[in-house]
Design a protein around this ligand. Structure first.
Ligand code: FES
Ligand SMILES: [Fe+2]
Length: 523
């Protein structure tokens, strides 16, 4: 059991409300954004067995994955009727099928003859589901179509041989399945999740990227690395220079989902002013660690040159292994991001931001505008090219914050115009590996002109997310996250403690997850 220990937590309730009131378009801030629903006091201790033991994996199979609503696919995976997407979870497999223009069904992915999987991969434009072993075939709607040598099955009741269905529900153009025939409706399970996306609902977004990789750690270890902002200052130090810091995230919990709002773009983030950087020649990547002032630079040859504030220097490889020089210690996350492939920012809503014009933004807002307001206005400039119908009405919070939600157990739709959506699950029946997927959900342009992605890009090198250039600069950020994962998992096996400890407030979302997990999985 997860254990709640004591009371007393800091939250961002008052300062957050003031921030919203100062927003451009403050009158458009939604009621959902203003909801203040902190989790009850903690902290929480979580047994490491939940992550590392096979017993918990077996309990998850029996009590969680066979009973809970889970995101199985997105409408954009099915450009045409007859498109089929297998959804594999632990040792089970289901098929989601587009049966008609606006009708989807989900079946157990198994032939009713001798049990072969009906499909092992995605398929397009099928007019039947035919087993590759002996050729039994079903219509897309699941009714039995053909049995070769049917005379040999004298008592076959064809109606009883329709493909067994699993429950299917739809939310925000996503398709969810639930193998439990007695489950509550998806609408009840998600509750008021849609209210969080009122400014720009998921019904108006399309899938513009879908990347997957396998990570050597339990799925919950990996997922939890994407459920708090607490790790940003150590794991993504470069992000601090852009206004992201650990203390300005608001966390709330609502039924089966939780929410984090990393305010971002705040003035006075408490970062020391290190003065101007030395001039930078072409081809050089140079980043200053915002807290220590140490400069990390690389010419793209995998060697990182590190210069500290007191003038000492050294050379390191991309994993921060010392090569030469008087400085013997370097920050591994800075080395990864500086030495790695440099990809451009993927932009707001998939539109390049380089045309955003700070001068024009200042002119529009007046010279006393805050940095946060200017940044928001620059995002609006970009969005006017895509969704002019709403761009001018969007409040700053929906443009500058990283708003990341989690619907139990493993689906993570982001708010605002940050396009990230994640899904994490065990890699088949192996609880020591996780399939991590990152999807980008972009606004459907007002002109209706867009091309969705309907295939998954599986990484060739699971340790290097810059292998997916469609993710833009996020690939380098993921490399920093992913590098921690196997070490966290191995550490959980090595620890003298039986529990990990979660922070009262900054780890609200993980605490919320473990409370629900306990209800589903523990006795
Ligand atoms: S197992 Fe499918 S047709 Fe025989
Ligand atoms: Fe991260």
């Amino acid at each position: 059991m997860a254990t709640a220990l004591k009371t007393g937590m800091r939250t961002l309730d008052e300062s957050f409300a003031k921030l919203l009131d100062s927003d451009t378009n403050a009158d458009q801030v939604t009621a959902a954004m203003r909801r203040d629903e902190p989790i009850h006091p903690g902290p929480t201790l979580v047994p490491t067995a939940r992550y590392i033991s096979r017993e918990y994996h077996e309990l998850e199979k029996e009590r969680l994955w066979s009973k809970v609503w889970q995101m199985a696919a997105h409408e954009d995976d099915f450009p045409n009727v007859g498109d089929v997407v297998p959804y594999d979870i632990v040792d089970k497999s289901y098929l989601v099928v587009r049966v008609a223009d606006d009708e989807y069904k989900a079946y157990y992915n198994a032939c009713l003859h001798r049990g072969r999987k009906l499909r092992e991969s995605r398929a397009k434009g099928l007019d039947e589901l035919r087993c590759a072993f002996h050729g039994w075939a079903w219509e897309l709607d699941g009714t039995l179509k053909q049995v070769p040598c049917a005379y040999d099955y004298t008592d076959l009741d064809r109606e009883a041989e329709s493909l067994p269905e699993v429950k299917l529900g739809r939310w925000g153009r996503y398709l969810f399945i639930n193998p439990d025939p007695d489950c509550e409706p998806l609408e009840d399970y998600v509750g008021d999740l849609s209210s969080q996306f009122e400014v720009f609902p998921y019904e108006r977004r399309y899938k513009s990227a879908h990347v997957a990789g396998v990570i050597k750690a339990n799925w919950k270890v990996v997922q939890e690395a994407f459920m708090e902002s607490y790790h940003v200052f150590m794991t993504h130090p470069q992000a601090l220079a852009h206004g992201a810091h650990d203390g300005d995230t608001k966390y709330d919990v609502f039924g089966n989902y939780s929410r984090a709002i990393l305010c971002g773009a705040l003035d006075g983030a408490g970062i020391p002013d290190w003065g101007p950087m030395p001039e930078q020649e072409a081809g050089l990547v140079r980043v200053r660690h915002p807290l220590t002032g140490t400069i990390y630079e690389s010419h793209g040859d995998g060697v990182v040159h590190v210069t500290t504030r007191d003038g000492k220097s050294g050379k390191f490889d991309s994993l921060a292994k010392w090569l030469e020089g008087d400085t013997i210690d370097a920050n591994p996350h800075m080395c990864i991001v500086v030495a790695g492939v440099q990809l451009p920012d993927a932009g707001v809503a998939g539109v390049e931001t380089e045309n955003a014009d700070p001068e024009a933004a200042m002119q529009r807002l007046g010279e006393n505008a805050s940095g946060r307001a200017v940044m928001s206005e620059m995002q609006r400039q970009v969005l006017r090219e895509v969704i002019p119908s709403v761009a001018d009405d969007i409040p700053d919070i929906e443009l500058t914050a990283a708003i990341y939600l989690t619907l139990f157990p493993n689906f993570h739709p982001w708010g605002s115009f940050n396009r990230i959506n994640y899904r994490f699950r065990p890699n088949g029946d192996n609880h020591e590996e996780c399939i991590m997927e990152c999807m980008y959900l972009s606004p459907i342009p007002d002109d209706g002109n867009y091309t969705p992605v309907s295939e998954i890009h599986w990484l060739e090198n699971n340790d290097d997310w810059t292998g997916a250039p469609e993710l833009g600069s996020l690939g380098g950020v993921f490399n920093q996250d992913v590098r921690n994962m196997a070490f966290v998992y191995d550490g959980m096996k090595a620890t003298a403690r039986e529990c990990t400890r979660l922070a009262d407030y900054n780890e609200t979302k993980i605490r919320h997850f473990h409370e629900l997990y306990g209800e589903w999985v523990d006795d």
